[in-house]
Design a protein around this ligand. Structure first.
Ligand code: COA
Length: 163
């Protein structure tokens, strides 16, 4: 039987427990999962590409079938390069649905053989977003229960250095 290969794309600025929840669950279902970190984004990013990669690697190193790669192209082109035919996305709330639908239809148009598969984010993590976490940390709020320990440390340090 052909082994299943999935990619999970995102900016991961920074990776949160919400992302990790999706990654762990995907790693139980697919043979291989590649976390695809987009190098540049039209969002203003807090962490450098190296920092984002290192944090993602650190918090997923115990997942033997998960690897981390960078890409700077269309997600579908990267998936083809990786010989992956599954795109993983997380759905947190109804508000994600419309955006995800547009993304999926566009990706289907670009690469009809690549399937998008959605995971409902665990309920207790469904309100998290990377920007919200950064905003709360910026004002000195505690977000340690929303982030892996090493990510929280990196965020606190980053915010101190920004002052
Ligand atoms: N738990 C917690 N947060 C989550 C989450 C989850 N399960 N799922 C999504 N999020 C957050 C992300 O952290 C992000 O937060 P932010 O906006 O505050 O940074 C937000 O929800 C949106 O996530 P996502 O849709 O994954 O956006 P992204 O910026 O991380 O990634 C790409 C978007 C990279 C997938 C998309 O821009 C892309 O495919 N780019 C490549 C170019 C391309 O192919 N373009 C055509 C697309 S059709």
């Amino acid at each position: 039987m052909k082994k299943s290969k999935a990619i999970y794309p995102g900016t991961f600025d920074p990776i949160t427990l919400g992302h990790l929840d999706i990654i762990k669950r995907a790693a139980k279902i697919f043979h291989y999962v590649t976390i695809a970190i987009v190098a540049s984004s039209n969002k203003s990013l807090l962490f450098t590409l190296d920092e984002r990669i290192n944090l993602v690697r650190k918090v997923t190193k115990h997942l033997y079938n998960v690897k981390v790669e960078i890409f700077n192209s269309l997600t579908t082109d990267f998936a083809k390069k990786q010989k992956a035919n599954i795109l993983i996305r997380g759905l947190r709330a109804v508000t994600d649905f419309e955006y995800e639908m547009k993304l999926t239809y566009m990706n289907q148009c670009l690469a009809p053989t690549i399937e998008s598969i959605f995971f409902m984010t665990s309920k207790e993590l469904s309100f998290i977003s990377s920007s919200l976490v950064k905003e709360v940390a910026y004002y000195g709020g505690d977000v340690s229960n929303l982030l892996p320990v090493s990510v929280n440390q990196a965020l606190v340090t980053k915010m101190k250095n920004q002052l």
